[in-house]
Structures are given as C-alpha cells and as structure tokens.
Design a protein around this ligand. Sequence first.
Ligand SMILES: Cc1ncc(COP(=O)(O)O)c(C=O)c1O
Length: 455
Amino acid sequence: MSDGPGRRAFEGIEGDLNVSPERAAWAGRSIGAETRQWLEEDARYFLHQALSTPCLDVLAGCGGIYLEDLEGRRYMDFHGNSVHQVGFAHPAVVEAIKTQLDRLSFCTRRYTNHAAIELARTLARIAPGDLGKSLFCPSGAAAVAMALRLARAATGRHKTISMWDAFHGASLDASSVGGERMFRGDIGPLLPGTEHVPPPDAHACALGCGGRCDLRCAGYVEYVLEKEGDVAAVIAEPVRSTPAIPHPEYWPRIRAACDRTGALLIFDEIPHGLGRTGRMFVGEHWDVRPDILVLGKGLGGGILPMAAIVTRPDLDVMADRALGHYTHEKNPVACAAALATIRVIEAEGLVERARALGAHALERMREMAARHRLIGDVRGLGLLMGIALVRDRDAREPASREAERVMYRALERGLSFKVSAGHVLTLTPPLVITREELDRALAIVDDCLTEEERA
Ligand SMILES: Cc1ncc(COP(=O)(O)O)c(C=O)c1O
C-alpha cells in the first residue's frame, strides 16, 4: 500500500477512531487529491459514528450492479445496504419517480393519492395470506416502531421476545428489541419488557447444538412464551443477514407457540423481503405467515427512503390513536418508486432469478470450500450468501482478521461486500446481476482467498 497522500488524509481520523490495520491500509492507498479533499471535508462536517465513519471512498455514480467513485473506479456492489434488489438507478424506477414529480410531489396529511393507494393495493396482493392493510413511513426503524406499537395496542400487552445479535434499527425502541451491544450499550435505559433469546444459528448456537440444530432454540422460545404468558409479540428477521438459515421446523414451531399464547409474530423482512432469498417474502420458505410484516430498504427501489408494515385487517385497531404519524406517510414520489420496484421484480422475474442464481453460486462456493482451508462453511438462500472463514475447521475459530483482509483485497479488485459476525463474507448482489457477473465476483473472492492463504 502506498504511503502517499491518502495516508495523510486519514491520519487524524484513524487516531481518533482506532481503526483496524486493514482499514488503515485501505485508507493509505494512493488516492487523488480531489478524493482526499472530499474525504477530509466529510470528516470535518459530519458527526462521526461507528460503522459509518471514516468513509471508504467518495462516490460519483451508481447504476445496475455498480458503484463508481470520483476517480472512475467501479465496484460491483454485493452489499448495497440491501436496498438494491433491482440494482441502482433502474430506468423504470427513475422514470416512475420523474413522472410522479411532475404530477404530485407531496401529499399533506389527511389527503391521499393514487400512488399510495396503488402501492397499498399491490402490497395486499403480494403479501402472504390475508395481510392486506398497510401503513408507510420513511425508515425501517420507524416501521419496526409502528409494528411494536400496533402489537401493544392489539394485544393489550407490552412484552416482546426478540433475538440476541439482531438489528432492527438504530432508534431507541428498535434498539430495545435489537440484540447488539453497539446499539444497546452505554446509552441508558431501553424499553422495558424486551426479553431476548438465542437466535436460531446452528453455526454459533448459544445452546450448544454444535452445528446440528435439534431445535433447542425453538424450545427455549416456547418456554419463555409460556412462562411469561403475556408476551405481545415475537419480533425477528426470519433469516438473519449473516446469513443464518434456521432449521425448517423453527418458524412453524414459533408460529404455533405464538398462536397458543396469544402473542403476535412480527417478521422484520426489511433487508431480505422482496425477492432476495428466492421467494417474494422470506417466511414463504416455511409457509409461515406473520401477523405483521415489516418491509423497508429495497422497497424504495434503491433510490428513496421507504418502509411499511403490512398486517391483517382485524389488526386495524388504532383508528382513535396514533400509530405512525410520519410526515412522509403517503409521499407520492416514494410510493411511485416502491410501486415501480415491485413491478420490476415481477416483470423481470427477479424472485425466480434469485433462486436460480443463488443455487448456482452455492454450488460454486461449495467447490471453493473444498479447495480453501480458510473456508469453514458456505451458506445461501437465494442471493443471500455467506462464506464463513475459520482458522481451523475443527476448532471453528473465526478468522476475523483474514476476513477483513479478504474484504479489502476484493475492494481493490472492484468487488464490495460486507463482513458479518466478524468472519462471514456476506454476499448480497443486486438480483438483476447476470450469471457472468456473479461468476466474475466469485472468482475475485476465490483469488483473494488464495492470496490470503499464501500470505
Ligand atoms: C433487519 C433490519 N431491520 C431494520 C433495519 C433498519 O432500517 P433503517 O436503517 O431504514 O431504519 C435494518 C437496517 O439495516 C435491518 O437490517
């Protein structure tokens, strides 16, 4: 890595934020004066926070599966904050936004508009079972807050069960049901009554199943639901981003336990709903219908902030109380973007595409696992994929530094992705990706693993 101007650009920030050597090496790469200047300005004017600052690069464009930086470098984006089911700047979504801007750009409260109604009707058509009533808001955290509020009102109870290590948003209420220290720690009291249970993750089972799930995690949730007896809701992602794919009987058992004890089941499908896993909604893999479905991220077509809850008509119980009350509740431009996004997903067969390409990628990743000693296991559900790196397959010691180095090596070769749980290369490409592009990206990962194993 160069010791050039880039390093100087980051000196102060690195010192302040205690970034890893891998991160510092990335910052120290040779970058142009203009990029350096913008990065310095970013550091000067934005509040710093974990996971967001210091920034990796300055973007100047995005389209399809690519991000492009100021210096014209292109990255295949296998992270995309999970907003990019239809890729970036999909022409149909851009066109719908432009058309809507010319027609009606805002909708004041107590009025309604075509785009919002059409979107609610479309969600009712595609959502599982009888989920047919929606409310919109501008962020996933806000939608989670609405789901929690609705569960309280509908059940007359306030307790929740959620998963350790989960993320449901950065607001205080969403952090209360979240299970990550980063969002829960050192911030004072969170919501009361939020009980946490071990997630259904056989690769890191807190209850000691040793990788062969025997559903003790489901038994534990059943136990807590029955002991408490007055839980308002179980809230969880049906598949976690790591990804950790639960035993096929997990969600059917939790659904039945919720029904027995009068708790609602809230599925947070903000990152993985709308096709990523090879089904329109994740719960469909196990034929489990939640009482409240929470959507966000890609609902805005990778362009606008947009989130929603979709629920059963009989849970429409807050007509005389505030449930969401967001300024942009029925924003016609965001609704037009969401509507166009769903149309693209349907018209381009992106759900089926995610299923087929995901199966192809999993096969290639298994073949890579046979060659690379660093790979502990590979996972995939549609185009939600993970490659867990370990120092030793038997001891399963996470190879965190190696994972981070592989990530930066890949970034240098034009592939961007995230490392989850400290050691899992998490690959979530846009669903519009071609098989050739997917193969190219996996070849980059393959090469970077080879380099890391030789280093
Ligand atoms: C599972 C899950 N829920 C909720 C959220 C919060 O969404 P937002 O950032 O739009 O508030 C996220 C965002 O990463 C998420 O992954």
